[in-house]
Design a protein around this ligand. Structure first.
Ligand SMILES: [Zn+2]
Length: 320
């Protein structure tokens, strides 16, 4: 099924297509310049709205059917994030689980009411490759409608759980497009044990004219490879000065909009500690949590940030 579906990556001789110079990814794609024509330097800030018990690294520890029984810290953590964004005059995109919208509709309305973009993170954080194409279609269609009905605003964007659009799941783009999405931000162009397409473009692109846009998470090219610097665990683990340098490099030298992300639980030093998980997962989840908020504040003030749909601007059209 996946081989058949992957044919949606259409080959074309159109002059607007650029040929990828790297192996392992699709041969042709169309770069999308998301820089404003007036020379502005806005960057994309995003939040993946899920709680500590919903992350992929803990999925064998917390069954999805037990999520409702656990104390959920999303409302208080989102309040904190909205305050930080307000303090720094930042608008952002919130890739939200359908599960969160069903359980805490008022949180989704607050996000939307404060001028942020509500986008989709799927319903229950299933990786793309763990679903059949029919299950995936149902998931992304249902979640998009739920988020639109809850927020009262059109939903244009999608981010796959754990950046799970890889070379095996490129079929997802056609389904996302059919479901009404205008863009995705689901590829991390790095080598990683659980996700990533190291040969994918670093900047935004699409596969066909008018097709859905993919905005990969930010990387900086160093020592012949893409180094992740777009947020999450990397932001907590790597020295802040490196991240600062890398983000400026992307913005000022590479001329691309930064695409940055984090999770509500990363600000939450009081979250329950989870036992019975592998050492590596434990390290990735908890490393430097106490430093996160201070670092975030610094980059919120040091760079200009906006919602992904606003940055994509004319490249996407209204979904309603
Ligand atoms: Zn996630």
């Amino acid at each position: 099924m996946q081989q058949r579906e992957s044919k949606v990556v259409r080959r074309s001789s159109s002059a607007t297509f650029a040929t990828s110079s790297v192996d392992g990814f699709v041969e042709r794609y169309i770069p999308v310049d998301v820089r404003r024509s007036d020379g502005g330097s806005r960057n994309a800030m995003s939040v993946d709205v899920e709680d500590y018990f919903q992350v992929s690294a803990f999925e064998h520890r917390f069954e999805r059917r037990s999520w409702g029984d656990l104390p959920c810290r999303i409302p208080q953590n989102i309040d904190r994030i909205l305050q930080l964004f307000s303090d720094s005059n930042v608008s952002a995109t919130f890739f939200t689980l359908g599960w969160v919208a069903e359980r805490f509709p008022e949180v989704v309305r607050r996000i939307s009411g404060e001028g942020h973009e509500v986008a989709s993170h799927g319903f229950a954080h299933h990786r793309v490759g763990s679903q059949t194409s029919d299950q995936f279609r149902e998931d992304v269609s249902y979640t998009r409608k739920l988020l639109e009905d809850t927020s009262g605003s059109p939903v244009s964007g999608y981010r796959a759980a754990s950046f799970s659009i890889t070379t095996d799941t490129l079929w997802a783009y056609r389904i996302l497009q059919e479901a009404g999405y205008k863009y995705s931000s689901s590829i991390y162009p790095i080598s990683h044990d659980h996700y990533g397409i190291p040969s994918a473009p670093q900047g935004a692109f699409r596969f066909e004219d008018g097709g859905i846009i993919e905005v990969p998470l930010s990387t900086v090219r160093l020592w012949g490879r893409n180094i992740p610097c777009a947020g999450g665990g990397y932001f907590r683990l790597l020295p802040f000065r490196f991240t600062q340098w890398a983000l400026h490099r992307i913005q000022d030298h590479d001329g691309r909009a930064i695409n940055f992300y984090f999770h509500p639980w990363e600000l939450d030093t009081g979250q329950p500690r989870v036992n019975g998980i592998p050492t590596k997962s434990r390290f990735r989840h908890y490393v430097n949590l106490g430093r996160f908020e201070g670092r975030l504040k610094r980059i919120l003030d040091e760079f200009k940030w906006d919602r992904l749909d606003m940055i994509l601007g004319e490249h996407i059209v209204s979904t309603r």
